[in-house]
Ligand binder design. Structure first.
Ligand code: DPP
Ligand code: ZN
Length: 875
């Protein structure tokens, strides 16, 4: 496999102005006619047209009306080259593909008998020969022809301009997209589907038609997606002055989809997981996911589609920015200050759970990578979530208004263009008259920076000095790092827990200020500091760094009790818990006499019962760091010890706070009809956390509580939480409840996924049981959601069983990476990442993991996707 480098970028030799596509849709043999007009790119010295093509059969090729002879083009290595092309060319290309055999779900494929496409990043070349790169933007006209009975609905990007009968039972529809777009945003759907639709008045008075298309039988699950879409449109108008630019906007759901969803111009195609919901089948988390993903894809219309990426190294230009936008949307939709904080806490958790480990492992890469083998492997938490943090830092440095000015300038300069992360940074800098040169390092250095601080209070002078130190560990290919430009938000708490007024260089700065750390070490001295403060550093998690704190228990307890910044208040609790988890982990394998101190329990008790705080916040504050987060703190990981430590802690909390947990369980019931709003969801979250703690130290009463909830619940949030509690309590009733759950929901694919995932992640599910589940009639390796629900969940979300000392989990992993790779390399490569951190485990486990990795790497036939992951892991 070949490595592609960012520094090798060259502009396209030819640009495409118009593309007319004709599809004769047939699952076994679809004929695609492509007529496009090309023009030699002004700057290009060469006159060779280069087109990509993969897994398609070339049937005809004409240039300016003339059939090209064998010597006039070359077809090799998935490239079609036409040397000596004229400056202006009309190419007519006819190809054939076989959608029903396309298990990769990239390009044109069938799902449950319907046609869908997925073209990002490089799927369009599986449909026709084309300069399949995002800096080639063209206007598309699409003619779809298909059997009318079987495929009554024919959709593509833009506006429907014509439809009619063809005779022979076939019909057609013609679509025109007035906007120039890169090929990765092309889409078509030919299907038997139904839709919920609505006309929506835009800010400028135009009416847009909004549609959500699903399979028949799912129309009772489209309301929330539609509502989320309307909220998203409104929000982008109000917050950024950005309007929907088409007369119609469609969302289509399919059960077979590699990603969450795809922002094709005017025709978003979604994984059903992010569309379908009603209280019976979807949890609060599912509702939240739908709102966020609908918004995300809608927001791409401006950040991604109107302004797109010059090349795939710039992926975070659209993804980091769009994730940031959907995060802000989610926070605004909740509206309250704690609501915002809870969403921020969620983001911090994701970073710690997934992005920091990625940044510390063999796949570590900058937000704007320098090279890749397979671009699909770079749709990562680094590009998305760390990328969003980088965008957030502009807003932290420039303020909300300054950020908005930067966005306005970005669109003013680049609407209709394919640009780079540097262009975005320049717009932010220029709109605000700021020098953001050093800020580029966030784009080109991988690894999570480590931040440390030392303080010095001078009572006589009433000054408080804080020295900030930064460093960044080496990552593959980057041994040395230069200092980052880090916004460090800080506040000082007095003895009573009040914010102290901040004065720096004679300026009064309120109670929180953002220090700009640009060097390896920098000291800031606050004046008029009346007493020794407790510093609250990195408020609102103002930068994606690891803060190595030197806090003792008493300071952490002070912050946990008083910090006016809710994120840092939560953070103090996490630090109290992490200290204990690490100690317990050290003791776990040898000692059966683990114990947890009163100080910690009392802090938890106070938090649990503090009625002044939102239940949603209390739930977050009581949730322990995950086993993965604990493992990240250790030099050598013994997953069993980590698990035992965390389980001990959960059981101990469950037993010692039993009365309070029972009281909160009762107090946070949500009577009346289910509503997914944040306040209700927060109550359910706290109630169900209480249930889970109680059942970490189960007895008849706690099991009865879970059983009753499982049987009486009128919504999936409570039902699933109760069933999980029973499973984890190893309650004898769990088996029957699992069976009843399946019986009741067997026709709801997304709920069956939950059923598999619940079992796959349970410490009671060993390798024998997981293999048995693989033989269940509802299991299907070809369906990504199903494969992920069982195989990936077991390998990535059941650490004790996956890391069984005999290596059986790793063999299972190797076997399924290989099986999946033959079907769907993208899904296989995601699963392959389960081994990322193999060098951190105990020597015995490492040996087994290495063997499993080598087993995969030794396969003759392996996709570039999986090859890249295992090669980097073993390097
Ligand atoms: N569909 C993916 C997303 O929206 C890739 N663009 O993030
Ligand atoms: Zn996206």
């Amino acid at each position: 496999p070949q490595t592609i480098y960012r520094s090798d970028y060259t502009p396209p030799t030819y640009l495409v102005d118009t593309v007319e596509l004709g599809f004769d849709l047939d699952p076994a043999r679809t004929v695609v006619a492509n007529r496009m007009t090309l023009r030699r790119n002004g700057g290009s010295a060469r006159n060779e047209i280069t087109l990509h093509g993969e897994d398609i059969e070339l049937v005809a090729l004409r240039l300016n009306g003339r059939v090209l002879g064998a010597g006039e083009y070359a077809l090799r290595d998935n490239l079609l080259r036409i040397p000596d092309a004229p400056d202006e060319a009309t190419l007519e290309i006819e190809t054939v593909c076989v959608p029903e055999q396309n298990t990769t779900l990239s390009g044109l494929y069938t799902s449950n008998g319907n046609f869908f496409t997925q073209c990002e990043a490089e799927g369009f070349r599986r449909i026709t020969y084309f300069p399949d790169r995002p800096d080639v933007m063209a206007v598309y006209t699409v003619m779809l022809r298909a059997d009318k009975e079987r495929y009554p609905v024919l959709l593509s990007n833009g506006n429907l301009v014509e439809e009619g009968e063809l005779g022979d039972g076939r019909h057609y529809a013609k679509w025109e997209d007035p906007f120039r777009k890169p090929s990765y945003l092309f889409a078509l759907v030919a299907a038997r589907l139904v839709c919920q639709e609505e006309t929506f008045r835009l800010a400028d008075g135009r009416d847009a038609l909004l549609q959500v298309w699903v399979e028949e039988g799912n129309l009772d699950k489209t309301d929330y997606a539609m509502q989320s879409l309307k909220h998203s449109i409104r929000w982008d108008e109000e917050r950024y002055g950005l309007e929907l630019d088409l007369d119609r906007f469609m969302i289509v759901a399919t059960g077979d989809f590699n990603m969450g969803a795809m922002e094709n111009k005017g025709l978003n195609i979604f994984n059903t997981k992010y569309v379908l919901a009603n209280p019976r089948v979807a949890t609060d988390i599912d509702f939240q996911g739908i709102e966020a993903v609908v918004a995300h894809e809608y927001f791409h219309n401006w950040t991604g589609n109107r302004v797109t990426c010059r090349d795939w190294f710039q992926l975070s230009l659209k993804e980091g920015l769009t994730v940031f936008r959907d995060q802000e949307f989610t926070a605004d939709m909740i509206g309250t200050a704690t609501g915002r904080a809870v969403t921020r806490i969620d983001q911090v958790r994701t970073l710690r759970q997934a992005q920091f480990p990625e940044d510390a492992g063999p796949m570590a890469h900058p937000v704007r990578p320098d090279s890749f083998v397979e671009i699909n492997n770079f749709y990562t938490v680094t590009v998305y979530e760390k990328g969003a943090e980088v965008v957030r830092m502009y807003q932290t440095l420039l303020g909300r208004e300054g950020f908005r000015k930067g966005m306005d300038l970005y669109f003013e300069r680049h609407d209709g263009q394919a640009v780079t992360c540097d262009d975005f940074r320049r717009a932010m800098a220029d709109a605000n008259g700021r020098d953001l040169a050093q800020f580029e390092r966030w784009y080109d250095q991988a690894g999570t920076p480590v931040l440390r601080f030392e303080t010095r209070y001078d009572e006589g002078a009433q000054t408080y000095g804080i020295t900030l130190y930064q460093s960044c560990p080496p990552t593959p290919g980057q041994p040395d790092k230069r200092p980052f430009h880090i916004p460090v938000a800080i506040g000082l708490l007095d003895r009573e827990g009040n914010d102290m007024p901040l004065v720096l260089d004679g300026k009064e700065l309120g109670s929180t200020t953002v220090l700009e750390l640009t060097q390896a070490e920098q000291t800031f001295v606050f004046s008029n500091v009346k007493e020794q403060p407790v510093p609250s550093v990195l408020r609102d998690f103002s930068a994606p760094v690891i803060l190595q704190h030197g806090y003792g228990d008493s300071e952490l307890l002070h912050l946990f009790r008083f910090d006016t910044d809710p994120v840092n208040r939560w953070e103090a609790g996490q630090r109290l818990a992490m200290g204990r988890l690490l100690k317990l982990t050290g003791e776990a394998p040898v000692s059966s006499r683990l114990s947890l101190d009163d100080t910690f329990i009392e802090a938890m008790r106070k938090m649990l019962t503090d009625e002044a705080l939102d239940p949603a916040f209390r739930e977050q504050a009581l949730l322990l760091p995950t086993e993965t987060m604990v493992a990240e703190q250790l030099e050598v990981v013994d997953p069993l010890a980590v698990h035992m430590a965390r389980q001990f802690m959960r059981a101990n909390i469950g037993a010692r706070l039993r009365a309070e947990l029972l009281a909160q369980y009762d107090a946070n019931q949500t009577p009346g009809p289910y509503s997914p709003d944040a306040a209700s969801a927060g109550r359910r979250a706290l109630k169900n956390l209480a249930l889970s703690y109680l059942n970490a130290a189960p007895d008849e009463e706690t099991v009865a509580l879970a059983l009753r909830q499982c049987q009486d619940a009128d919504n999936m949030t409570d039902r699933a939480a109760a069933l999980n509690a029973l499973i984890h309590a190893r309650a004898p009733q769990a088996e029957a409840e699992l069976a009843r759950f399946y019986e009741e929901f067997q026709h709801e694919a997304l709920v069956v996924d939950k059923w598999f995932a619940m079992q796959a992640s349970a410490p009671t599910t060993d390798i024998a049981r997981v293999r048995e589940l693989m033989r269940h009639p509802a299991f299907n390796l070809r369906n990504p959601n199903r494969a992920r629900s069982l195989v990936a969940t077991y390998c990535m979300n059941n650490p004790v069983e996956f890391h069984a000392p005999n290596g059986s989990g790793y063999l299972f992993w190797a076997e399924h990476v290989v099986l999946l790779d033959a079907l769907n390399p993208q899904v296989a490569a995601r699963l392959a990442r389960a081994m990322d951190r193999w060098r951190r485990y105990t020597p015995a486990l490492q040996q087994h993991m290495k063997t499993a990795l080598q087993q995969v790497a030794g396969q003759q036939r392996l996709s570039n996707d999986v090859r890249e992951i295992v090669t980097k892991a073993l390097a």
